[in-house]
Ligand binder design. Structure first.
Ligand SMILES: Nc1ncnc2c1ncn2[C@@H]1O[C@H](COP(=O)(O)OP(=O)(O)OP(=O)(O)O)[C@@H](O)[C@H]1O
Length: 732
């Protein structure tokens, strides 16, 4: 191993950052030999280059370090070709090699011939290690690369190499590199260089390849396509990560089954002792490498850009899972979703909450139908005829959009849009949506349809809309296989796992998405629900922490803060004998004040419902003996005065009675007929809860008339002017 110093970069979300590797001292010649060029002493190669030592050798030739005496003694690498290479393809391609210009591809400065030595290329000199040497180093000393962080650096190598491959592939006619492997890429300071450019050729022409990195689809004489390059890169990265010994092993590592286990999965590491990421990070990494190294070209990434997007996504996931830090970058394939998928948790309790003798759990997840309607939406494909128009569409009512797009010429994306709109529109449903999906599939055609993840995504939505969650999980798993760096399939799988009772799996998916992008309410709510369902000592703290991590600038912030209050209430309501109910209630009141005055819950009706729920929880604690009158007084003394929290039991009851009447008022004016029935129940409660001195029955003939009159007035009051709770028409 050559002596070198590895300096890791600070933690950073940039998926192209590499450690800085500096070779130390006079490096040993790689081949162990000094210059072995047949040059008389003092003679310059081609009258210009002074060789100093051998750098290495390979199938094509021997590489020497030399000084360019005509250019300020600049260091260059001279690659002297083996005689059998001289008349080969390289000789014809020299001009093209000199023209190659990309930061991650070694520069070919010159070429020449020296009698007695032969043909040679003059290359940019790289004072670094090959990736094969880096791999060996990481195997011996993983901590030098930050342990499992090494895998993120491997992805960074991938992203950089893909930039070079993308450059070659974009030539007209396209070029391929043809012979990608760890020995042909060097770590150059903090960047990479593909060194062995002799294999570069036009796509489809014969050329150099290497056993073990060669795709099965390459022709007998090395005839390669762009997707064969992606295979070789996938294999290169697999070796660097040391995952398995072949693409088959990646299949095993890609399995979701392990994610519902209690303990984190232990990776089956093949060729390295570098600690590999575990759990979902490992699955995503294995999947991205597997997709690149699939046997059939159609199963691999379509191009360098597609592969790069997914490597970047997996990088973000690994980094966030390792550090717990946000690693956000907008998704290239999905639009940001406006919906929080918060189930019952993220908003004030609905009026129906008071219809039940004991309120339903607020932890209920969103229904499969709601999930189908509110998952993130794929961005329209750039090649679609309607791409521009589709990108400009506002998220309007589904019926209106169906009408708006009715006369658009059919295209895959238009059918997929209509499929989603029909799922969201009450008058249509899954059967109509399925027709659109079939039309999209026909347009994609039988050759490409099996590999188009968009079809699987929409099949997953359809299955959810029909309540077939196991099927949906299968479809979304297919999407995750295809685009392993994307967050949206993981969000979908998290919701499926919740409905299948696979709570550990749900937590794994939601946490991975949430950590990467804490602004995304859906994942924070999912993680909170999964933590609460799994239980355990820290369940409540961890659930609330996930919600608190939704940042102030997120559109889901108010919902997340509301949920944190409601979780506290629910906990106080269902607390066992050992629980610190006064402490919990104190926290709830603190959060409530912040929710109203800093975190944006400004709607008066919602505020009244949240206050009623909190006050009821306090009353409930008093009744159960979990809180005593002194404790209540202390809570009031500590609470934010703007909450006007009652300091004694009688005032609390009076407040509750007033709140119930305010809620009855909301119910009486609600457009929902079921709410009207709740109005009666709430009035009953208002009377029940009054302090003893005030108690009487509302059904007394005198009072009954007044109540009926009041309800009528309330119901006929103009509904566009919702008065604050305390300012409704004077209740009886
Ligand atoms: N530009 C360079 N700067 C520094 N070292 C280099 C450079 N090019 C090659 N080397 C060293 O020489 C070794 C052999 O180089 P290279 O892989 O290009 O040769 P090759 O004959 O094409 O090998 P093969 O075809 O077997 O991969 C490399 O492993 C590297 O250590």
């Amino acid at each position: 191993m050559r002596p070198a110093y590895v300096e890791r970069p600070e933690e950073n979300p940039d998926p192209t950052l590499l450690p800085e590797i500096t070779l130390l001292g006079p490096a040993e010649p790689v081949g162990g030999a000094p210059v072995d060029l047949a040059l008389p002493s003092g003679e310059l190669l081609a009258g210009q280059y002074r060789p100093s030592r051998k750098l290495g050798y390979g199938g094509m030739g021997t590489v020497h370090l030399a000084l360019d005496t005509k250019l300020d003694d600049r260091q260059v690498a001279i690659k002297v070709l083996h005689p059998e290479q001289e008349a080969g393809a390289l000789a014809r391609e020299r001009r093209a090699l000199v023209d190659l210009s990309h930061d991650d591809i070694i520069r070919v400065f010159n070429y020449g011939h020296h009698p007695g030595v032969g043909d040679f290329l003059v290359l940019q000199y790289v004072d670094g290690l090959t990736l094969e040497e880096v791999r060996a180093r990481a195997q011996v000393n993983p901590s030098e690369f930050g342990g499992s962080r090494f895998h993120e650096f491997v992805l960074a190598y991938g992203v950089r190499i893909l930039s070079a491959l993308g450059y070659l592939h974009a030539h007209r006619p396209p070029k391929v590199y043809g012979d990608l492997k760890p020995g042909n890429v060097m770590h150059d300071g903090t960047s990479t260089k593909i060194i062995d450019v002799g294999s570069v050729r036009a796509a489809g022409l014969p050329g150099l390849t290497t056993e073990g990195f060669r795709a099965p689809t390459v022709g007998p004489n090395g005839e390669s396509t762009r997707q064969d390059d992606l295979f070789s890169l996938g294999e290169t990265l697999r070796r660097l990560c040391g995952l398995g010994t072949s693409a088959d092993d990646l299949g095993e590592l890609s399995d979701l089954a392990a994610l519902d286990a209690d303990a984190p999965t232990v990776p089956a590491v093949g060729e390295t002792t570098t600690s590999a990421p575990s759990g979902l990070g490992l699955v995503s990494l294995a999947r991205v490498l597997r997709r690149a190294t699939r046997g059939k070209r159609a199963e691999r990434f379509a191009d360098a850009r597609e592969m790069e997007q997914q490597l970047r996504g997996v990088f973000r996931e690994l980094r966030s899972l390792r550090t717990g830090m946000e690693t956000f970058e907008p998704s290239p394939l999905f639009l940001p979703s406006p919906y929080a998928l918060d189930g019952a948790l993220g908003s004030a309790p609905p009026l129906a909450h008071w219809a039940e003798p004991s309120p339903p759990s607020p932890y209920t997840p969103p229904t499969p139908v709601q999930v189908a309607q509110r998952l993130p939406v794929p961005r329209p494909g750039p090649d679609d005829a309607h791409h521009d128009r589709l990108s400009r569409l506002a998220d309007a009512a589904p019926e209106a959009l169906l009408q708006h797009t009715a006369d658009w010429r059919a295209s895959t994306e238009v059918h997929l849009l209509r499929c989603r709109l029909r799922l969201r529109s009450p008058g249509h449903g899954p059967d109509a949506a399925e027709g659109e999906l079939e039309a999209a599939e026909r347009l994609i055609g039988p050759e490409r349809a099996p590999y188009d993840w968009r079809l699987d995504w929409h099949r997953g939505l359809l299955a959810l809309a029909r309540g077939q969650v196991t099927d949906a999980r299968g479809h979304f798993d297919g999407v995750y296989e295809s685009i392993p760096g994307e967050y949206a399939p993981k969000l979908a799988l998290g919701h499926c796992a919740e409905h299948l009772g696979r709570w550990q799996e749900a937590l794994t998916f939601h946490e991975a998405v949430r950590l990467r992008n804490p602004s995304l309410g859906s994942a924070a709510f999912g993680a909170a629900r999964a933590r609460l369902a799994l239980g355990g000592e820290r369940a409540l703290e961890d659930a609330v922490a996930a919600l608190d991590a939704v940042p102030q600038h997120s559109r889901h912030r108010t919902a997340a803060r509301t949920a944190a209050v409601r979780i506290g209430v629910e906990h106080a309501r269902t607390a066992g004998p050992g629980d610190d109910v006064p402490g919990r209630l104190r926290e709830v009141l603190e959060r409530l004040a912040l929710l109203f005055h800093a975190h944006g819950l400004t709607d008066d009706q919602a505020r009244t419902r949240v206050i009623a729920e909190v006050w009821e929880a306090v009353q409930n604690a008093l009744t159960r003996g979990a809180l005593d009158p002194e404790g209540l007084a202390r809570l009031a003394a500590d609470a934010d005065p703007r909450l006007a929290f009652p300091a004694d039991g009688a005032t609390l009851r009076q407040d509750l009675s007033r709140l119930c009447r305010a809620l009855a008022h909301q119910a009486a004016r609600s457009a929902d007929p079921e709410d009207a029935a709740v109005a009666e129940t709430l009035l009953d409660r208002a009377y029940e809860v009054r302090p003893l001195a005030f108690r009487h029955h509302r059904d007394s003939p005198w009072l009954g008339k007044r109540v009926a009159d009041w309800l009528r007035t309330a119901a006929s009051a103009p509904s566009h002017r919702p008065p604050p709770a305390s300012h409704g028409p004077a209740p009886p």
